[in-house]
Design a protein around this ligand. Sequence first.
Ligand code: FAD
Length: 556
Amino acid sequence: MGLKYSRRFLALVFIVVFANFHGLNYAEKAPKYSFIQEATSAPEVSFYDYIVIGGGTAGCPLAATLSTRDAKVLVLERGGSPYTNTTKIRMENFISTLTDDSPNSISQSFISEDRVPGNRARVLGGGTVINGGFYSRAETLFLKEAGIDEALANESYEWVEKKIVYKPRAFQWQTAVRNGLLEVGVLPDNGFTFAHLNGTKTSGTLFDKNGNRHTAADLLEYANPTMIKVYLHAVVHKITFTTKDGQRPKADGVIFYDANGGRHIAYSKHESNNRSEIILSAGAIGSPQLLMLSGIGPAARLRSLGIKVVLDQPMVGREMADKPSNGLLIPYPTHIPLSLITVVGINKISNYFESFNGFDLSDLSGSGGAQPQSSNPSQEALANSTTNQAFLVQTIFGPISKGYLELQNTNVSDNPKLRFNYFQAAVDLRRCVSGMQTIINVVNSDSLSRFRFRNMTTQDLINMTVNRAANLRPRNPNATTSLEQYCIDTVMTFWHYHGGCQIRKVVDRDYKVLGLDQLRVIDASTFSFSPGTNPQATILMLGRSMGRRILQSRRR
Ligand code: FAD
C-alpha cells in the first residue's frame, strides 16, 4: 500500500516538474475543470450566494475570488469555452477571429451609429480571448476615481500577472517603433514596466513566447472547485426583483436560456442570508443592455418596448464612450515577422502611440472587404501584399466625447444601438491632430527608414490610409490635406468601450446599483474614462479587488 502511494506521489511530482520545465501552461489544464459545464446540464431552478453574469475580463477574476470562501458562486457565460480551439486564439489569428461572423463566433461584430465597426466578446474569458493582448496598468488617478485602495490594487494586479501576463519577446517591428518614438522625443525610455509613465516603454502581453494566448478564464484556476459552477452558452435574459411593501426592489434571481432553448432560473439566497448578491459583469455593452431588459433604465423608452419598469434610471446607457484611434498604414518591401502591441509611447498631453504589423486590416472595414477606390493606384500597387504592412496608431486619454446606448428591441442577443460621438469634444480632435503630427515624425524617423518603400512619401501613406481605414464613414475631399478632417474621416475603434453604468450615476463607489438592493455592476461599463493606455489590466484588477472587498463585507 505504502509503496503504491509513494509511486503515485513520485509520478505526480514528475508530472508537475515536467509540466513546469516544459512550460506547459494553465490553458492546457483548464479544459479539465469539472466545474465548467454546458448550461444544458443546469437544473431548472438553483440557488447560489453569488451569481456573476458574464464570465469575462472582470467576471472570471471576481468569481474565482468569491468562490474561495464559504460562498457558492455561479457564473453564467453566453459564449463557449476558449479552450476548445486554442489555435483560433493564437496571435496570428487576431484579425481572422474578429472577422468571423458565424453564429458561434467568439466575436460579435456591430456597426455603431458613427459608422465605425466594432467587436464584443462572446466567450468565457471575454475580451481577453479576442483582444490584442497588450497589458499595461492604469494611472493612479483612475484608482482615486474608482475608489480602489492602492495596496489592494497592487496585490490584485500581481495576482493576475503571476498567472497570465508575460514579458514579450523583442519583435523587430516593435523595437523599430520603440526607437522611433524615442528619436522623436517621447521620452524618457522607461524600459520594461507595467506602470503608466510618460515616455516610451515595453509592457506585458497575454501571449507567451510561443504565441499562445492566456486569458481571464485561466484565472478560474484560483477558484475553489467545490464552490463554483460555470455554465457555458447560458444566455441571461433578465434579472428578477422582489418588491415588498414599498421597500427598495431587491435583485433575487436570474433567468437564463441554454443552447437548446431550455429555460432556467438561478436565485441568490438572500432570503436566508442578506449578503447574497447578483453581480453584472457583462461588459460595457452587455451590462447596460441587460439592466434595461430587466426594467432598470429610462422609463418611457422601456415602456415603449413593453418592458415592465422596476426603476426609472435615465443614466443607464448614457455617457458611453470609445477611444478613437487614428494612424498611418505603412507598407514595407520585405517580409518581417508579425507582431501585436508590446510597446507604447505616452506623451505629455496623453496621446498614446502603439503599433502592430503583419495583419490585413481591410477585412475589419465592415464593408465585406470592399475598399474605396484608390486615389493613387501606382502607390497602391507598391503595397502588393496586404500583410506586408504595419499600422502605427495613436489614441487619446479619455475621451471627453460621450455617446449613448439604446435598446433597439427586447432580444438580448441582438446588439443595442450605439453612438460614441467621436471628436464631438474639440479637445479630443486637437489631441488627435497633435498625435498624428507625432506619428508622421515617427514614420520619418531613421529607425523606421529601413522599413519604408524609398519612393513612398508620408503624403502617399496618408492617401492610402484614407482609402483603407476600417470604417464606413464618408470621405471628405480634404481628408488628405487637413489633419482635422483626416482624424474625423479615418477614425477607427480601439475597442476600449466603456460607460453606460458609471460610478455615481448608476452605481455607487461600492459598485452597487443606486436605488436597488443586492445588485452590483463590475466591469468597464462603470468607467468615466478608459484607464491607462489599454484597459484590460485594470478590469482584471477590478474583478479581483472587488471580489476581495465583497468577501470582507460578508465577514463583517
Ligand atoms: P468582457 O470581457 O467583454 O466580458 C463580458 C462577458 O459577458 C463576455 O464574456 C460576454 O460573452 C458575457 N455576456 C454579455 N452578455 C451576456 C448575457 N446576456 N448573458 C451571459 N453572458 C453575457 N485591452 C487591452 O488592455 N489591451 C489590448 O490589447 C486590447 N485589445 C482589444 C482588441 C479587441 C478586438 C477588443 C474587442 C478589445 C480590446 N481591448 C484591449 C479591450 C479589452 O479587452 C476590454 O476592454 C475588456 O476585455 C472588457 O472587459 P469587461 O469585463 O468589461 O467585458
